[in-house]
Design a protein around this ligand. Structure first.
Ligand code: FE
Length: 181
């Protein structure tokens, strides 16, 4: 099956579930993140990363429900590894780093923590809490840190009930254009 059809099916099926303690479905959350990335003029690869950033909740061995119950499901890594079969690093690495980016922003930006939703604070703790100064410095110097931080801000903002944004099919040509062949 074409990977984009596989992803479309995941959005339609598992995406209809609630997004872990937030007032939007998983699919609505990811579609909103993609719309914010596109509105910000992000390159296609980063729009795709925003669209697909939580795909690891669908594909990883541990569910999002288990994450909320206190087990880190490492969904960023699970999602990035899964996507790497078809997409380049410019898509997969911001996905991989979007959880680390939350831990980073909490360490370096006063006030960032206060903007997190209750569910996001809860998972932050399960995921290791804010980075130390040393970890933050290492993160900032690594590849795709900037893209991951941008993605993280869209992620945090993409929790608006009933937002009117394009559906998955809108992004199919963009995804097609990014596939590694
Ligand atoms: Fe998210």
């Amino acid at each position: 099956m074409n990977p984009i059809d596989t992803i479309a099916a995941l959005f339609a099926d598992q995406g209809a579930r609630d997004y872990l303690g937030e007032p939007v479905t998983q699919a609505a959350h990811m579609l909103q993140a993609a719309a914010l990335a596109a509105a910000a003029g992000a390159p296609d690869s980063l729009v795709a990363a925003a669209l697909l950033h939580d795909i690891g909740h669908f594909t990883g061995p541990i569910s999002g429900q288990e994450l909320m119950a206190g087990t880190d499901n490492r969904h960023s890594h699970a999602g990035a590894d899964w996507l790497a079969a078809w997409f380049p690093e410019a898509v997969t690495e911001p996905v991989r780093l979007h959880v680390a980016a939350k831990r980073y922003l909490c360490a370096v930006e006063p006030g960032y923590f206060g903007e997190l939703s209750e569910a996001s604070v809860h998972t932050l703790n399960v995921q290791g809490g804010p980075m130390t100064a040393e970890q933050a410095e290492r993160f900032a110097g690594g590849p795709y840190a900037e893209q991951a931080v941008a993605l993280r801000r869209w992620d945090e903002a993409a929790k608006v009930p009933d937002a009117d944004v394009p559906g998955f099919e809108h992004y199919q040509p963009l995804l097609e254009g990014l596939l590694c062949r």
